[in-house]
Design a protein around this ligand. Structure first.
Ligand code: 3SL
Length: 242
């Protein structure tokens, strides 16, 4: 039976790298990078380059890209876009290429480079993602981007939600996957209420960005599945199959 494993923090990723070239990795940064990527594609972005640094993202401007950079939860000075999904409107980004760097999300994508397939997960595309994964024949690693190598509640909740959706056909393996599933079952009646305990939600409050939380918890707002390959995030061409 195919297996699901869960990585609760980038600091633990090395423990799951064995055989990664045969596995699907789902990168999860619910607040907010992978959510924002899903919003960007839903609103017509052409592609996203995942950059390691703001400098690297800025250099893409010469090639006509929009440059987006977030550090410590805030837009880096001088950038036209940060990491709030609310900024990624159709008016601003339809048909555009975006060079994007964030504190944890783009880093987790880059760390996953050796995987067979790297998918971008959020509550917005959770059912489409589950359907896509069910159709494949590989084991799955749910990779929580966390916050600066620390565990976080929101990515773990999503890992549990996706594990629950996949549990009919895949085996939940390891205590991390079980803990994520249990946490999700505990909190699923009121995700928004539960996440008031999350340190990143507290951070949002101090940065006056808490309205992003509503968007980040929207279930199934899109069927689009971004994937990462060779530094680029593009859209998986799958929709005709749905
Ligand atoms: O670290 C990241 O990738 C971001 O999602 C963090 S923030 O939500 O923009 O603060």
């Amino acid at each position: 039976m195919r297996k699901i494993e869960t990585v609760l923090s980038p600091a633990l990723f090395h423990l799951y790298e064995d055989g990664i070239e045969n596995k699907i990795v789902v990168v999860i940064d619910i607040l907010r990078a992978t959510t924002t990527m899903c919003v960007a594609f839903e609103n017509g972005a052409e592609s996203i380059v995942a950059c390691a640094t703001p400098e690297e993202a800025s250099n893409f401007r010469n090639k006509g890209y929009l440059a987006a950079a977030e550090r410590h939860g805030e837009t880096v000075e001088g950038f036209e876009l940060g990491n709030s999904p609310q900024e990624y409107t159709r008016e601003k980004i339809a048909g555009r290429k975006i060079a994007f760097t964030t504190t944890n999300g783009t880093r987790a994508l880059q760390m996953s480079s050796a995987a067979k397939q790297i998918l971008v997960g959020s509550f917005l595309n959770i059912s489409a993602l589950a359907k896509q994964i069910s159709k494949s024949d590989s084991d799955v690693v749910l990779f929580c981007a966390g916050w600066k190598d620390k565990f976080n509640l929101e990515d773990t909740l999503f890992a549990g939600a996706l594990a629950e959706k996949l549990s009919g056909g895949l085996e939940i393996t390891g205590d991390a996957s079980q803990a994520a599933l249990d946490l999700y079952r505990l909190a699923c009646g009121d995700l928004q209420g539960y996440l008031q305990k999350a340190s990143h939600v507290q951070r949002f409050k101090s940065l006056h960005t808490e309205s992003d939380l509503d968007i980040c918890l929207q279930m199934d707002a899109t069927k689009k599945i971004p994937y990462y390959s060779n530094g680029l995030i593009n859209l998986l061409r799958y929709e005709s199959a749905h």
